[in-house]
Design a protein around this ligand. Structure first.
Ligand code: TLP
Length: 339
C-alpha cells in the first residue's frame, strides 16, 4: 500500500526509536523531565521565541494558544478554511468561549486588506478584536506557502490594529524549506507559533507551542486544564529532538516528489491537477465526478488518499513514501477512473 493520506502517517526513524528507548525521563508536571526540558529549550531557539511548551497534538497546541491569548467573548480572525476553524471541533467557541470570525480568501492567503475589511471599530455592541490566526503552510489550500514578506506585512498590520498573531505552523518547516529560510525567520512576525513534530518531521507524537516566556507559563497552566500535563514524556520528546535537529532538510525531497506526482497526474483525462499550484508536499486533484468512489477504487489499486471536497482528492508526500515512482500513482488513478 502507498499511503498518501497525510504526512501524519510517518513512522519514527530507527534513530528516534533508539533515542526513545534510552531517554532520560522524570515527571514533567513537576518540571523534572530533562528530555522534555531540553526539547522545550531547543524548540524555543528553533522557532526564535523566548520559551516553548511541548504538547501532545497540534490541535491542543492551537487551542491552548487561543485560550492563552483570549478572554471569553473576544473575537478571533481566522481564514475561512483554516484548520483551527475547520478541523478542531469548534474548539475556539467551546474551550476559549471566543468568537471566530471567518475571512474567506481565494487561496488561503490572508492579506491586510482582507483583514481590514473584516474588522470593526470599537463599539459597545461589538466583540473585542483580540487575535489573528494564520496557517502556514495552508492545508486546505493545498500546502500553499505564505511568503515571509507577505506574512510579516500582515502581522505588522494586525499588530497595528492591536491584535495578537498566532501562527498555526503545523507545517511551517515545509514553508521555510520552500522559501529557503530558517524556521525562526518564518515565525518572526508571530507572537505565538505552533509547530508539529509528528508530520513531515516523523516524530510519533508531539507538537510545540512557542512564544514569550510569560505567555508560555500561562499556556502551561492551560495545557493542564485540557489534560495535557504529561508525566515521563521524555520518551516522546527524545524523538522530537531528532525532528528538530535533523529532519527538516529532507522535506525538500517530499516537495520534489509532490511536484513529480502532480506532473504525472496532469497528463490524465478526467483529472485536473496543476503542478504550478504544488508548492510543498500536498497535491490537490480535482475530478469530473464524486471523489469518494474514486478514493475507494484507488485503495483497491493499492493507493490510500483522502478527500478535501466533494470532487477533490488530497495527496500528501512524506518520508515513508520517499521511494515510490510518480508513474505508479498516475497508473493507479488511471485504473481507478476507468472502474
Ligand atoms: N491536519 C491533519 C488533519 O487534521 C486534517 C492532516 O492530515 O492534515 N494545523 C494544521 C494546519 C494541520 O494540518 C493539522 C493536522 C493540525 C493543525 C492538527 O494537528 P494534530 O493532528 O497533531 O492535532
Amino acid at each position: 500500500m502507498i499511503d498518501l493520506r497525510s504526512d501524519t502517517v510517518t513512522t519514527p526513524t530507527e534513530e528516534m526509536r533508539r533515542a526513545m528507548a534510552r531517554a532520560e525521563v522524570g515527571d514533567d508536571v513537576y518540571g523534572e523531565d530533562p528530555t522534555v526540558n531540553r526539547l522545550e529549550e531547543e524548540a524555543a531557539a528553533w522557532l526564535g521565541k523566548e520559551a516553548a511548551l511541548f504538547v501532545p497534538t497540534g490541535t491542543m497546541g492551537n487551542q491552548v494558544a487561543v485560550m492563552t491569548h483570549c478572554l471569553p467573548g473576544d473575537e478571533v480572525f481566522v481564514e475561512a478554511q483554516s484548520h483551527v476553524y475547520w478541523y478542531e471541533n469548534g474548539g475556539i467557541a467551546r474551550l476559549s468561549l471566543a468568537q471566530p470570525r471567518q475571512i474567506p480568501t481565494p487561496d488561503g492567503l490572508l492579506t491586510p486588506d482582507l483583514l481590514a475589511a473584516a474588522m470593526r471599530p470599537a463599539n459597545i455592541h461589538y466583540t473585542t478584536a483580540r487575535l489573528l490566526c494564520v496557517e502556514n503552510t495552508h492545508n486546505r489550500a493545498g500546502g500553499r506557502v505564505q511568503r515571509k514578506t507577505a506574512f510579516d506585512a500582515l502581522a505588522a498590520f494586525a499588530h497595528g490594529k492591536g491584535l495578537k498573531v498566532h501562527l498555526d505552523g503545523a507545517r511551517l518547516p515545509n514553508a521555510a524549506v520552500a522559501q529557503d529560510i530558517s524556521l525562526r525567520e518564518a515565525a518572526e512576525g508571530a507572537d505565538s507559533v505552533m509547530c508539529c513534530l509528528s508530520k513531515g518531521l516523523c516524530a510519533p507524537v508531539g507538537s510545540v507551542l512557542a512564544g514569550p516566556r510569560e505567555y508560555i507559563e500561562r499556556a502551561r497552566k492551560n495545557r493542564k486544564v485540557l489534560g495535557g500535563g504529561m508525566r515521563q514524556a521524555g520518551i516522546l520528546a527524545a524523538a522530537g529532538l531528532i525532528s528538530i535537529r535533523s529532519m527538516m532538510p529532507r522535506l525538500a525531497e517530499d516537495h520534489a516528489l509532490a511536484q513529480a506526482i502532480a506532473t504525472a497526474l496532469a497528463q490524465l483525462r478526467g483529472v485536473s491537477c496543476d503542478p504550478a499550484a504544488v508548492e510543498t508536499n500536498m497535491i490537490m486533484v480535482d475530478l469530473d465526478r464524486s471523489a469518494d468512489p474514486v478514493v475507494e477504487a484507488l485503495s483497491r489499486e493499492g493507493l490510500l488518499c483522502g478527500t478535501a471536497g466533494p470532487q477533490r482528492i488530497r495527496l500528501v508526500t512524506h518520508r515513508d513514501v520517499a521511494g515510490i515512482a510518480p508513474q505508479d500513482v498516475a497508473r493507479a488513478f488511471a485504473k481507478a477512473l476507468a472502474q
